[in-house]
Design a protein around this ligand. Structure first.
Ligand code: HEC
Length: 141
């Protein structure tokens, strides 16, 4: 009976410690979740502008075709994302893509996983980032 009590307390202690661990989920922050894409952000012109930026700034890592097979291959940490992967389409909402390209690997849990994805909010205007979203959305089609 005393042994049983010991194991019960041990299990409770482990579960308790696990519950208090910080949760770093891949969660869209509220200030990005509440954004509304500008009207016509996915016009033909906008997609073309996004493609130009992609080839100039993103293809080195994400590949010319957006399949994640660019020339820059991180030796550790996360691999550049494949935007042609259709199984990811539902997860990649416009707001999600806008968040990820704005904050890059600086936000958790990506930072802890050694992401080298740059934060583009310093280089690209909001309009340019929405153009990028429009272009990325076409890649999985
Ligand atoms: C130096 C290499 C590098 C460059 C340049 C780069 N990325 Fe990335 N990107 C990554 C890596 C590595 C990941 C995967 C890790 C992560 O999600 O943070 C990633 C992830 C992403 C994601 C998240 C995808 C998802 O489904 O979670 C988006 C969106 C993205 N990149 C867009 C871009 C855009 C747009 C550009 C150009 C303006 C760009 N990236 C340039 C390395 C790069």
């Amino acid at each position: 009976m005393r042994r049983l009590g010991f194991w019960l307390i041990l299990i409770l202690a482990i579960v308790g410690a696990w519950l208090t661990l910080p949760r770093t989920e891949n969660r869209l922050p509220n200030d990005y979740a509440s954004l509304t894409p500008p009207t016509n952000f996915d016009s033909v012109d906008s997609i073309a502008a996004g493609r130009e930026i992609f080839l100039a700034s993103c293809a080195a890592c994400h590949g010319v075709n957006g399949n994640g097979q660019g020339a820059v291959k991180p030796t550790f940490g996360l691999k550049p994302s494949d935007f042609t992967d259709r199984t990811q389409t539902q997860r990649r909402t416009p707001q999600y893509l806008f968040w990820r390209m704005s904050e890059g690997g600086q936000s958790e849990p990506f930072r802890a996983q050694g992401s080298i994805m740059p934060a583009w909010k310093f280089q690209l205007s909001e309009q340019q980032r929405w153009q990028m979203v429009a272009y990325l959305l076409t890649l999985a089609r």
